[in-house]
Design a protein around this ligand. Structure first.
Ligand SMILES: NC(=O)c1ccc[n+]([C@@H]2O[C@H](COP(=O)([O-])OP(=O)(O)OC[C@H]3O[C@@H](n4cnc5c(N)ncnc54)[C@H](OP(=O)(O)O)[C@@H]3O)[C@@H](O)[C@H]2O)c1
Length: 211
């Protein structure tokens, strides 16, 4: 699949590299092509991923991932050009700068904000409820970590579920995009355990149990 990844930091860098190494065509949409870290990132895919402008990467992707800090996300989405009809994967969490909580929520969500800015796109919230350091290893013993997703388009959600399953996650469709109001606080719980309760960045994940 052609995937544009906007934001090549912890989240975008990890997802893009893993998907490129799994055979997808990945283009990272970046602001500074000369950044040495980005050159290293592309090298780690043995040339399977490449770097382009934000707009070109977004135009390239059948799926376009937003993995930007929340305060930069509106600008990133609006710099991406026409996203209508594309699968847009929103990985963001609207964190307060000191990680003490969410800057918005309960009656709206970052996911719904992305959908407002990405007019006509099929927005799916995903990859926000676990630290990026786990994307390459979502197995906890023999258990696959859950990957909660939500969105309003069933086909787009199936596409994202497949991308999550390819990485080894157990994808869980949690309903319409408004469910992002619930998934973003779940991310906050993960962050709280990692950084305020000392559990660290790779030691825990959420697993949905059902009867
Ligand atoms: N870190 C995690 O474990 C984790 C897990 C799940 C979800 N999240 C969420 O995912 C998002 C990304 O987190 P991260 O840790 O990957 O952040 P990060 O490492 O700081 O990376 C952010 C990336 O976004 C780019 N960026 C910033 N402003 C931009 C703009 N206006 N247009 C295009 N690109 C822009 C940055 O590029 P420059 O180098 O040009 O600034 C950088 O490549 C956040 O919303 C975070 O809450 C994080």
């Amino acid at each position: 699949m052609k995937i544009g990844v906007i934001g090549a930091g912890n989240v975008g860098g990890a997802l893009g590299t893993l998907w490129a190494n799994n055979g997808h065509d990945v283009v990272f949409g970046v602001r500074d092509h000369k950044d040495a870290k980005l050159q290293e990132l592309v090298k780690s895919t043995s040339g399977k991923a490449r770097i382009a402008s934000v707009k070109d990467a977004a135009a390239f992707g059948e799926a376009v991932v937003f993995a930007t800090p929340w305060p930069a996300t509106e600008q990133a989405v609006k710099s991406s050009g026409n996203l209508s009809g594309k699968v847009v994967i929103d990985c963001t969490n609207p964190l307060k700068p000191d990680l003490s909580g969410l800057a918005l929520g309960t009656t709206t969500s970052a996911g719904e904000g992305v959908a407002r800015w990405a007019k006509g796109a099929k927005v799916v919230k995903a990859f926000n409820t676990i630290g990026a350091a786990n994307f390459g290893n979502p197995l906890f013993g023999s258990e696959k970590a859950s990957m909660f997703i939500c969105g309003d388009d069933a086909v787009a959600k199936a596409t994202v579920a497949k991308l999550a399953a390819e990485l080894g996650f157990d994808p869980i469709d949690t309903g319409p995009l408004t469910t992002a109001r619930l998934l973003e606080p779940i991310a906050m719980l993960w962050i709280h355990l990692a950084f305020h309760q000392g559990w660290g960045p790779t030691g825990h994940a959420f697993k949905m149990l059902r009867r």
